[in-house]
Structure formats: C-alpha cells, structure tokens
Design a protein around this ligand. Structure first.
Ligand SMILES: N[C@@H](CCC(=O)N[C@@H](CS)C(=O)NCC(=O)O)C(=O)O
Length: 79
C-alpha cells in the first residue's frame, strides 16, 4: 500500500494527490503536523522534514517531482 505523508494545504502535496487520483491509486494518507519540528515520523522515514513524502514498499521519495516521475514510470499504463 502506498503511503503519503501529507499536508492538506501544501501545494506540492496537492500535485501528488492529483497524480495519485489521476492514476486511480489507493493510498494511505498520513496528515502531518503543520510545524516541521513535530514530524518525527517523517524524519525517521525520509531523513528530512518536508512533505510530501511517498513510501512504496522499501522505496522512499521526498520531493514532489521525484514522486510524480516515479508514479508515472511505475503505475501509468501505456496507451
Ligand atoms: N519538495 C519541495 C519542498 C516541499 C515543501 O517545501 N513542503 C513544505 C510544505 S508545502 C514543507 O514541508 N515545509 C516545511 C514546513 O512545513 O515547515 C521542494 O524541494 O521545493
């Protein structure tokens, strides 16, 4: 199951959520604390504090452009 560390108000997170929606992918959404100092789990998972962070199995991405590229490559059906 894909897991997205997310802030509803974050524009970079919106980009990723839109991509996940367009690919009709199910994912677990973890809403993080607005203050990055309170995002211990984000740091433990990704080694930094910003969101979005996407986890897919043992792969972790901490930048929206990397996430979108990964989702496209991995999950977008060719047509
Ligand atoms: N990945 C983006 C940065 C993502 C980003 O800045 N996310 C914001 C939320 S929109 C964040 O987590 N900032 C740290 C904070 O909220 O303190 C980039 O490299 O430009």
């Amino acid at each position: 199951m894909l897991k997205l560390y997310n802030l509803e108000s974050c524009p970079y997170c919106v980009m990723v959520r839109n991509k996940l929606a367009s690919l009709a992918l199910d994912y677990e959404k973890v809403e993080v604390h607005p203050w990055q100092g309170q995002r211990q789990e984000v740091f433990e998972v990704s080694g930094q504090y910003t969101v979005p962070v996407l986890v897919d199995g043992d792969q972790v991405f901490d930048d929206e452009n990397d996430i979108i590229a990964y989702l496209t490559t991995t999950y977008q059906k060719e047509n």
